[in-house]
Structures are given as structure tokens and as C-alpha cells.
Design a protein around this ligand. Structure first.
Ligand code: GRF
Length: 198
């Protein structure tokens, strides 16, 4: 059975990309293979992680292309060029319109650092998610992998994993623990689950 062809969209450090690369190496991700990493940030360390593992990297800059439509068209061109079956948003900090997401129903996955439907949607990303959890005073948070549709963080949930909040947590310490104990575990598992069912 031919492995599903995966594209990973990134913007920053790429620790979730690294978790996927490690999962390929250790056999957890066996029904799919990462064929290209696409970044909207030329300086994303995620591109370095891809290069170290011999994975093609592409940079797509909305500023250079001039519009959201041209930005999304370029991404689609790359996805077609690499004959991609599954798209993973891993720390990807750019909006994708409904006209884009509707082209790939149940083929785009996103990792969000909370237990959706808590602390998600417009404006909830990165450290802000953990600040909101700490401000609210929840005792448990975690991460969610979901399909992407036109509603920010609104698609069908695939996997979730809970993480206890410690009394002395800061947004930074909480983010680190959610990444280590949840994101880096459920993202590879969810990608394998989706790829194995194609
Ligand atoms: C992580 O908090 C992830 O949950 C969110 O983006 C942040 C950075 O991810 N989606 P990465 O280290 O670039 O993978």
C-alpha cells in the first residue's frame, strides 16, 4: 500500500513537525510520509528541521504575492506538485480561507494547545491560550487535533489529551508541558490514524 503523501505547514520553531519526523523514524507514523514542509516565514526553524531530515522546504510569503488569494493559490500549486494527500497545520500562524479549506474536506489537520471547545477560536493561539486557561483557573487543560474547516478551530475533533495544571504554572511552563505531554503525542497518532484510513 503506497504511503499517504503529507505536507506540513509551519510558521515557527517546528517542535510539532519534529514530533512527526521522529514518529516517522520510530515507526509510529507508518501509513504516511512527509514530502514537503511549507512555511509562511522564511526564518522558521521548522525549515531547518526539515532540511536536516532531507525533506523539501518551500516558503510562501503573502507580502510578496500580494493577496490572500495569491498566497493560497501558491500553496495549492505546491500541494499539487508534491501530489499531497494529507495537510498538517503544525504551528501554522496564517489564516486559510473557506475557499481553500473546502478544497480539502477531512484532509487538513490542526493541533491546538487546549481541550477544544475551551480557549479556542479567533485570537486564541500560542501563549495566549495558556494565559487564558491560567486566568480562568481551570485545573486541567491539554491539546486537541481536529480537522480544519471554515470555522477557526471548529472542525471535527480527532484526538485529545489532558494535562494537569500545576499551582505554580506560568504560561511558559504550561505551554512546555502541554507540548511535551500532549501535542507531540497526539499529533503523530492522529496523522497516522487519518493516513491509515485513506
Ligand atoms: C504550539 O503551541 C502549537 O500548539 C501551536 O503552535 C505552537 C508552536 O508550535 N499550534 P511549533 O513548535 O512551531 O510546532
Amino acid at each position: 500500500m503506497e504511503k499517504a503523501r503529507i505536507a506540513v505547514l509551519v510558521s515557527g520553531g517546528g517542535t510539532n513537525l519534529q514530533a512527526l519526523i521522529d514518529a516517522q523514524q520510530n515507526g509510529i507514523l507508518k501509513s504516511g510520509a512527509i514530502r514537503v514542509v511549507i512555511s509562511n516565514n522564511r526564518d522558521a526553524y521548522a525549515l531547518t528541521r526539515a532540511a536536516k531530515f532531507g525533506i523539501a522546504g518551500e516558503v510562501v510569503l503573502k507580502k510578496e504575492l500580494g493577496s490572500q488569494g495569491a498566497f493560497e493559490d501558491r500553496i495549492k500549486e505546491i500541494l499539487n506538485q508534491y501530489q499531497i494527500d494529507v495537510i498538517v497545520l503544525a504551528g501554522f500562524m496564517s489564516i486559510l480561507s473557506q475557499s481553500f479549506t473546502s478544497c480539502y474536506p477531512k484532509r487538513i489537520l490542526n493541533i491546538h494547545p487546549s481541550l477544544i471547545p475551551s480557549f479556542c477560536g479567533e485570537g486564541f493561539y500560542g501563549l495566549r491560550v495558556h494565559e487564558a486557561a491560567l486566568n480562568y483557573g481551570v485545573k486541567v487543560t491539554g491539546a486537541t487535533v481536529h480537522f480544519v474547516n471554515e470555522i477557526p478551530d471548529g472542525g471535527e475533533i480527532i484526538l485529545q489529551k489532558a494535562v494537569d495544571i500545576q499551582p505554580d504554572d506560568t504560561p511558559e511552563t504550561l505551554q512546555k508541558r502541554v507540548m511535551e505531554q500532549a501535542e507531540w503525542i497526539i499529533l503523530p497518532a492522529a496523522v497516522e490514524q487519518v493516513c491509515s484510513q485513506l
